[in-house]
Ligand binder design. Structure first.
Ligand SMILES: Cc1cc2nc3c(=O)[nH]c(=O)nc-3n(C[C@H](O)[C@H](O)[C@H](O)COP(=O)(O)OP(=O)(O)OC[C@H]3O[C@@H](n4cnc5c(N)ncnc54)[C@H](O)[C@@H]3O)c2cc1C
Length: 346
């Protein structure tokens, strides 16, 4: 396994749980402290339940109660996200999700091998050799590239990452605010000129503010009393998918195989699902179906995420139509259930 993000950790823990001998290599010198993905779908919790990480994540995470969309600072649509107890969306900073996966892995006797950066790999008839610098080589039957969007595994194999970069930068702030009133609700603000700002609870009194603007906190159209700023940053968005997820006995999973906008919060969850599927297939001897099945699922999620992003960033007549639709949905519980079902599936 190359990469100890949520995808690599899930694949490693599932393979170990199912009885395989597994090693996981990570170029970092220790566990990550980055809070990137927050939303964890019921599907991910379910997949991570047999190894014990799912219940541990559920116990620590926030259970989201709902989502409110605003036109400027005026609420236009509220959706409950917890129609029933078994299908709730949970929120936890990604580094905490990874910590629970690392704990689960340790219970199967596997430790992440840090300071191991894959530099090259060779596929021979039925073996793969991974090279870490000039002196360390590891040979195995299978190799999983879960090494993120800039995957060395993918580039070494010459697999194209097809798609495009979206224009513009997004900004992000992780803050502490004791007085923010929406402790378990997503708050989305649709702003003039197709701009958008979102506040996501991450932990008690801790929030992620994210906007397609230079300064997420300045873009927020309502007052937030910020007690402490934990982290700020900015990023650009790529919408890309690997043209194939497999070459011989080397597989791609997670961000190494697909990237898209954070709208819909599906990136990490898609990686966890790739990883669990691949681990099962390796153990069942059905890996030939992995490429096709997970490519189709990745394509589907990218389409949903892009549709959502385009909607949120719409302008003019499209935005007027969006507000009209939101107004209808706010009075139509079956439509609310259908939207929430789509948001939580996967
Ligand atoms: C701001 C932001 C917000 C997000 N919000 C959400 C959200 O709410 N919900 C959601 O589902 N997703 C979200 N995502 C996306 C999510 O963070 C990613 O989809 C997820 O981290 C992908 O996991 P991964 O394990 O595939 O890749 P990564 O997390 O990128 O892990 C790859 C690992 O491989 C290691 N590595 C790389 N190259 C090598 C090498 N050559 N040798 C050894 N190790 C290597 C890296 O150090 C890294 O640890 C967000 C992303 C961002 C940037």
């Amino acid at each position: 396994m190359i990469g100890a993000g949520p995808t690599g950790l899930t694949a490693a823990v599932e393979l170990a749980r199912l009885g395989a001998k597994v090693r996981i290599f990570e170029k970092r010198d220790g566990a990550s402290n980055l809070s990137r993905a927050v939303g964890i779908t019921p599907g991910s919790i379910e997949l991570l339940t047999p190894c014990g990480a799912g219940p541990a994540i559920e116990a620590e995470a926030i259970r989201f109660e709902g989502l409110t969309m605003h036109r400027g600072d005026h609420p236009v649509l509220s959706l409950p996200l917890n129609f029933d107890a078994r299908s709730s969306l949970h929120g936890l900073p990604q580094d905490r999700t990874e910590a629970h996966l690392i704990d689960a892995l340790a219970r199967y006797g596997v430790q992440v091998e840090y300071n191991r950066e894959l530099t090259n790999l060779h596929i021979e008839s039925d073996r793969v050799t991974a090279c870490f610098g000039r002196h360390i080589e590891v040979s195995s039957k299978y190799l999983i590239g879960a090494d993120g969007a800039h995957s060395r595994v993918r580039t070494t194999l010459g697999i194209h990452f097809l798609g495009h970069d979206l224009p513009g930068r997004w900004s992000i702030a992780d803050v502490h605010s004791a007085s923010w009133p929406h402790k378990t609700r997503f708050s989305g603000y649709l702003l003039p000129q197709g701009h958008v700002c979102v506040v996501v609870p991450m932990a008690p009194d801790r929030y992620r503010v994210i906007a397609d603007a230079d300064d997420a906190l300045k873009a927020l159209p309502v007052k937030m009393q910020v007690d402490e700023v934990h982290r700020t940053g900015s990023f650009t968005i790529q919408v890309r998918q690997a043209e194939q997820y497999r070459k011989g006995s080397v597989f791609l999973a997670g961000d190494a195989a697909h990237v898209h906008s954070p709208v819909g919060g599906r990136g990490m969850n898609l990686g966890i699902a790739d990883a669990a599927d691949l681990a099962r297939r390796i153990m069942d001897g059905t890996t030939q179906g992995y490429d096709e099945a997970r490519y189709a699922e990745g394509e589907h999620v990218i389409q949903i995420s892009e549709r959502g992003r385009r909607m949120l960033q719409s302008k003019g007549a499209a935005k007027t139509a969006l507000f009209a639709t939101m107004s209808v949905i706010s009075h139509t519980p079956p439509a609310q259930r259908a939207i929430v079902h789509q948001l939580l599936s996967g």
